[in-house]
Design a protein around this ligand. Structure first.
Ligand SMILES: Nc1ncnc2c1ncn2[C@@H]1O[C@H](COP(=O)(O)OP(=O)(O)O)[C@@H](O)[C@H]1O
Ligand SMILES: [Mg+2]
Length: 319
């Protein structure tokens, strides 16, 4: 759906921000770009809707080069959500959401219906919120409006650049949950920039880890956790930061059936997280042995859930 062929971006001083990227983002996919500050995530994202011109290479959307699209057609069909809440302060919430539908010359009734539908979708009661100004909403509520504004004209693609990072942890978690639910309902192609691995693991169908303008690894959350390609990715996943690791948090009760059929390998209750992850790369299910007795099991799914769990609930010491 979105393909990058040898895409390079150099800024004025010939400094390379993005280096010969090849990438294919699939239709309906939730694709997360992640990496440290300055690695080129925003540059990569903004080249998709031509906010930043490429230096070399080609980007295509549905096989057509982005340079061959009419710029308005391209931008109106790509929703865009920024980190900073970027609502127009003098306009009401309804007017803010209506910007692109109006450019696309939708009828008044059609627009109002759409605004109401969208506000309801993110739990903002339309009668209460549609006529307010942005400053009469909390930060979390404003960013919710930012998200639905990007959806307003029903774009095929939505680009999101660290949309939740300015929010407090509770609003962030809530918006992540809402976005996941929304994505399941609307099945858009979402390209989402994050610098938070927990967020990436929670949201992404696939994650693309970047460093210094290059792709280090692309894979599903499970693939990345189980087979990080190098120390950089391993470090970034934060395996080392997840101490103290509590086995009880990932251990599940084991049934006789699981034991016999699924758990071909076991670990000791004293094994480190690293050891357990290595074994999970090979085995779907591990029996947990304590003093010679099986006391439970750890599965790939339960581990993934643990690793993707919001840092909030593990204490902010990990942030
Ligand atoms: N307008 C610009 N002019 C010159 N250099 C830039 C510009 N925008 C970004 N850069 C540089 O390009 C690199 C990648 O930046 P960016 O894409 O914003 O990274 P990220 O979003 O991952 O933090 C950085 O080294 C940054 O300093
Ligand atoms: Mg950025």
């Amino acid at each position: 759906m979105i393909t990058f062929e040898n895409v390079t971006k150099k800024y004025v001083n010939d400094q390379v921000a993005v280096k010969a990227i090849n990438l294919e983002i699939k239709k309906g996919e939730f694709f997360v770009l992640i990496g440290p500050s300055g690695c080129g995530k925003t540059t990569l994202l903004k080249m998709i809707n031509r906010l930043i011109p490429l230096t070399e290479g080609t980007i295509r959307i549905n096989e057509k080069r982005i340079s061959d699209y009419n710029i308005h057609e391209l931008r109106w069909n790509i929703g865009y959500v920024l980190q900073q809440i970027a609502l127009f302060p003098h306009m009401t919430i309804e007017e803010n959401i209506a910007v692109v539908p109006e450019l696309k010359k939708w009828s008044k009734q059609q627009i109002q219906k759409r605004v109401y539908e969208l506000l309801e979708m993110v739990g903002l009661e339309p009668d209460k919120y549609s006529q307010r100004k942005p400053k009469e909403l909390s930060g979390g509520e404003q960013q919710r409006v930012g998200v639905v504004r990007a959806l307003a004209a029903d774009p095929e693609i939505i680009l999101m650049d660290e949309p939740f990072s300015a929010l407090d942890p509770i609003s962030r978690t809530k918006l992540q949950d809402d976005l996941l639910e929304l994505q399941r309902a609307i099945q858009k192609t979402i390209v989402f920039v994050s610098h938070d691995m927990q967020e990436a693991l929670k949201l992404g169908d696939r994650i693309c880890v970047m460093r210094d303008g290059e792709i280090v690894q692309i894979g599903t959350p499970q693939e990345i956790i189980q087979n990080p390609v190098n120390d950089f990715v391993r470090e970034f996943i934060g395996v080392n930061k997840l101490n103290p690791f509590h086995l009880e948090a990932v251990m599940q009760p084991i049934t006789d059936e699981d034991h016999e059929r699924n758990c071909k390998e076991s670990i000791s209750s004293k094994d480190s997280l690293q050891t357990i992850l290595q074994k999970l790369a090979q085995f779907e299910c591990l029996g947990v042995v304590d003093n010679g007795k099986i006391i439970g099991m750890v599965t790939r799914a339960s581990m993934l859930q643990y690793l993707a769990h919001d840092s909030l609930e593990r204490g902010n010491a990990n942030d």
